[in-house]
Design a protein around this ligand. Structure first.
Ligand code: SF4
Ligand code: SF4
Length: 415
């Protein structure tokens, strides 16, 4: 695509990067076929090709404002379009630049800024969020149904294994997951322990920065990345073999730390080392699970009431599109005897997408409805996924239990 960027952006680093991305797009429109918002709304302006064009116009100096913001806000940043694009257009990076430039040229109204700041404050402070969740659960009966449904039921997380192995990995302690579904971290630690690996949590680590990035607060996300690097660094120096992350959204963001801190002389090298050691649990564990699965199947622990066999797996966008990890979880589940039901439109987003379900409730609900119809068509006894946002979002409306896949493996291995 030919471009003529405006003088005020042409020679900036983000301008040069956006220009290269825009020029790689041949405007074929293949990406519209897999874009969730284009599927729902059928409007060119709500598909990737139309959004790319709107960003191009803005960077070329056209008037911009509420209309452009509406269409960029409706984008889930699911990057399904990147998977589909035959020209390798890096849409995710382009929309990040586009949103940032839009905010500089035509800032959001104060009310929207306030809501976003509130969300960032509430969701990223682990202690504050945990207290809110406890109060919400205690008062569940008094909450509006729409809010009560968003709170996953509390379920026991069981004991965490003691530290006893020489092999060690760091486990990210995120922001919302420990309060919403603490069993995910506990199950991860137990399965790692069965493999002879300690899961170590750095006490000062916290939110990866994903929520800030979803809300266009890049400086805040950079500060969180620095804090996590500082918290993890002594453990990396001591020889932990990986940073294992069991929420695919957090893994995707942590793997982007080198890019996020590329201009920070004090942290860019450290960020590169952190990225090199970061593994989504869906890529770290499955290659190690083979022997355990064999032993488990030989032991023939069948038909356990709390570990149903017939399951549907929902691969989050941050797993299949952003990190491009495909098929590993399904293979691990099958190795433990799961029967995976076929799921249509597995490439489509469930509508969770960070804070999207709160800021775009109507589109988000429609996407969830469509996703649940596809997931439940094969009559699974349980839905499995691998990102806290998707899990909580789907559980709020699913007709069967929704769990993280590592919880399912852990349940197989109990006793
Ligand atoms: S982003 Fe890719 S698929 Fe979409 S219009 Fe551009 S070149 Fe075609
Ligand atoms: S990131 Fe997702 S919602 Fe946004 S344009 Fe691409 S496919 Fe559509």
């Amino acid at each position: 695509m030919e471009t003529h960027l405006a003088d005020w952006i042409r020679d900036r680093a983000d301008g040069r990067e956006a220009d290269a991305i825009l020029r790689s797009c041949v405007h074929c429109g293949f990406c519209n076929a897999t874009c969730p918002t284009y599927q729902l709304l059928g409007d060119e302006l709500d598909g990737p090709r139309g959004r790319i064009y709107q960003i191009k116009q803005m960077l070329e100096g056209a008037q911009t404002g509420a209309a452009t913001r509406l269409h960029l806000d409706r984008c889930l940043t699911c990057t399904n379009c990147e998977t589909t694009c035959p020209s390798g257009v890096r849409y995710g990076r382009l929309v990040e630049i586009g949103r940032s430039v839009l905010e500089q040229r035509a800032p959001r109204p104060g009310g929207q800024k306030f809501v976003r700041a509130l969300l960032r404050g509430a969701l990223t402070q682990r202690a504050l969020f945990g207290t809110g969740v406890r109060i919400g659960r205690a008062l569940r009966a008094l909450l509006p149904a729409s809010l009560a449904r968003r709170l996953p039921m509390l379920r026991g997380s069981g004991a965490r294994p003691e530290s006893r192995h020489t092999r060690k990995v760091l486990l990210l302690r995120g922001c919302v997951q420990p309060a919403l579904i603490p069993n995910i971290d506990a199950a991860s630690a137990r399965v790692l322990d069965r493999l002879g690996i300690d899961a170590v949590v750095a006490p000062d680590s916290g939110c990866c920065g994903a929520i800030d990035l979803h809300l266009d607060a890049t400086a805040a996300a950079q500060a969180r990345a620095r804090r996590n690097i500082d918290a993890w660094w002594p453990y990396l120096e001591a020889g932990v073999e990986a940073i294992v992350i069991n929420a695919s959204g957090c893994a995707a963001v942590t793997k982007d730390y080198a890019h996020l801190l590329r201009d920070d002389a004090a942290y860019s090298d450290k960020a590169t080392r952190v990225v090199a050691l970061t593994r989504d649990i869906a890529e770290y564990l499955p290659p190690l699970l083979g022997e355990l699965a064999q032993a488990y199947l030989v032991a023939d622990v069948t038909a356990r009431a709390d570990a149903p066999r017939r399951v549907a797996f929902h691969p989050p966008c941050t797993l299949q599109h952003t990190q491009k990890i495909r098929g590993t979880v399904e293979a691990a589940l099958r190795a433990f005897g799961a029967e995976l039901v076929p799921v249509a439109e597995a490439h489509l987003c469930c509508g969770s997408a960070g804070t999207y379900s709160i800021l775009q409730p109507e589109l988000s609900s429609r996407l969830r409805e469509r996703k649940l119809q596809n997931l439940q068509r094969g009559k699974p006894e349980m839905i499995l996924s691998s990102n806290i946002g998707c899990l909580a979002h789907l559980e709020a409306a699913a007709g069967v239990p929704v769990r993280h896949w590592i919880e399912w493996i852990d349940a197989q291995l109990r006793d």
